[in-house]
Design a protein around this ligand. Sequence first.
Ligand SMILES: C[S@@+](CC[C@H](N)C(=O)[O-])C[C@H]1O[C@@H](n2cnc3c(N)ncnc32)[C@H](O)[C@@H]1O
Length: 274
Amino acid sequence: MTKEAAQRLEIELLFEALYRCYGYDFRSYSFESASRRVLRRVGMDGLGSISELQHQILYNENAADRLLQDLSINVTEIFRDPLFYLTLRQQVLPLLDEYEHLKIWHAGCATGEEVYSMAIMLSEEGYFPRSNLYATDFNNVALDKAKSGIFPLEQMRLYSKNYQAAGGKRSFADYYHANYNSAVMKGSLKERTLFANHNLATDSSFGEMQMIVCRNVLIYFDKKLQDRVFNLFADSLCEGGILCLGSHETIKLSTLSRRFETISGDQRIYRKKW
Ligand SMILES: C[S@@+](CC[C@H](N)C(=O)[O-])C[C@H]1O[C@@H](n2cnc3c(N)ncnc32)[C@H](O)[C@@H]1O
């Protein structure tokens, strides 16, 4: 066996251990990026091999939690990709007028910036009082930050710019107050949101949604896991429900694509057919 093949096997066994012991399933993640992160952890801890890391994982839950933080990429922004939000505001929300009540699921919400963006937009467009938001991620550390609604103050200049480009109708400063180096988002923005742990690789549907936003999550999954998630979303959306993906993600290559029509190809927004 070559050194590369042996290393690959070690990483596969590590992921198997992580899954069987703790339910975190990285076996179907794109191998390149996940293995780079594993090797970085091995290097940072001065371990002799990946199998040593596996030993730690098996006997020490803290080591497993730390590896989960290494493996999950939580990069996000308020009004990330402003054109996406502008399209939602102008073209997609009116499609939802027919529903009396809106249930919106943010799958893989990371530290929640996406959810606060949605709450702001819904309130400006008058949909907030009849909406419920479900913000899920499998990373509890990220979820706790999301629940707190506290973000670095230094980001606010960028977020304000994003907000304006996304069609914001007020001043972004109306939605937070500064506290030392932090920006604390207005409490009312999270009062209609339920934050919960949900693992897209292993958990099932938990209700019928009018919109699902899952952006910049599927890029880390292989095709098999992407299909599992597309099935989960197709089962979770009502007829006519909206699916929003990230700018490098598409449902087009999946067998599920026949159940969706495209609302905006550029912004990766799809609608479940009747
Ligand atoms: C790059 S962030 C995307 C955040 C946000 N959706 C955005 O587009 O700005 C990816 C998120 O997906 C989450 N994630 C990865 N695998 C997951 C899984 N199997 N189940 C639930 N969340 C997962 C990570 O923990 C991380 O918070």
